[in-house]
Design a protein around this ligand. Sequence first.
Ligand code: NAD
Ligand code: UDP
Length: 310
Amino acid sequence: MKTKKILITGGSGFLGSHLCRSLLQQGHEVICIDNLYTGRKENIADLIRNKRFTFILHDIEQPIDIIADEIYHLACPASPPHYQLDPVKTLTTNFIGSMNLLELAKKYKAKILFASTSEVYGDPLIHPQKESYYGNVNSIGPRACYDEGKRCAESLFFEYFRQHQVNIRVIRIFNTYGPGMALNDGRVVSNFILQALKGDDITVYGDGSQTRSFCFVDDLITGMISMMNHTDGFPGPVNLGNPAEVTVIDLAKKITNLIGKSAKITFLPIRQDDPSRRKPDITLAKDLLGWMPTVPLDEGLKKTIEYFRN
Ligand code: NAD
Ligand code: UDP
């Protein structure tokens, strides 16, 4: 396989650090760009000594000039409490940041993949969600900085594809979990595991009947790299996620059972615009990439619990 020079934005975050590791294992040169907003140096501590790895502390809202064959563009806070902390910054990261990376891809004719999200479907009225569904997003609500930020970035990607012939790949990632999530991540899997391990109450928002479909990180990374590497030039968007759907209350019970401690569940108010159901239709990913997730929820949760225990 030809060795490539690969730029990863958001490379010291949860998904980005797994991606850096996988691409280094494949023999490539990896340049990780991150402003450490939600990312952590610990995530990439084992990579720093690798001669094929470079870390650059940089905010993607500022242009950067680096020659690369491929760009994986992941930089953006992903957890609701994090992306809502500075919502204007979340929007500008998605718009200005994505434009800077697209300009770079245009200049050096690099292939560029965008980590979009199932949040572009908002609170979906179609179930499961196919790529052809336009979504149901509240453009003025507290999740809009992320949802509309990602939707706008998708538009930018497709205009650079049509207007400037940039070689783009857009994936829509559904809830992904696994080792490497930050303790203060704030998303449901890490919250429930930490609460159960510490013997704290499990915080369920609403009545817990809302659903999500959780994908283990290793599966997601395999799908992401397959999308970058596929050869027929299809730009996407392609859903990547595990279609096994679970209610939040069942997830809470599953995690407490796996940890083997009894825990009290506290019901807190539901967050505004919290999607009530979410499950990917992954027919396109199966047909185009021959990809499907392989790690069942119980197995992935056990690995994640082990990580948090340590
Ligand atoms: P994360 O918060 O752990 O990682 C995001 C990384 O981007 C962090 O390292 C952060 O410091 C960096 N970053 C943020 N703003 C930046 C900026 N302006 N300049 C430079 N770096 C910046 O989140 P994650 O779960 O690893 O998600 C990675 C990407 O995948 C995000 O774009 C997210 O929207 C997308 N995604 C993730 C999921 C999921 O379930 N994990 C689901 C859908 C989409
Ligand atoms: N959730 C919860 N308790 C928590 C964190 C999240 O009940 O401590 C719920 C949340 O309301 C949502 C689901 O879990 O319905 C997934 O939330 P997360 O923040 O992980 O991701 P997203 O809402 O972006 O899918």
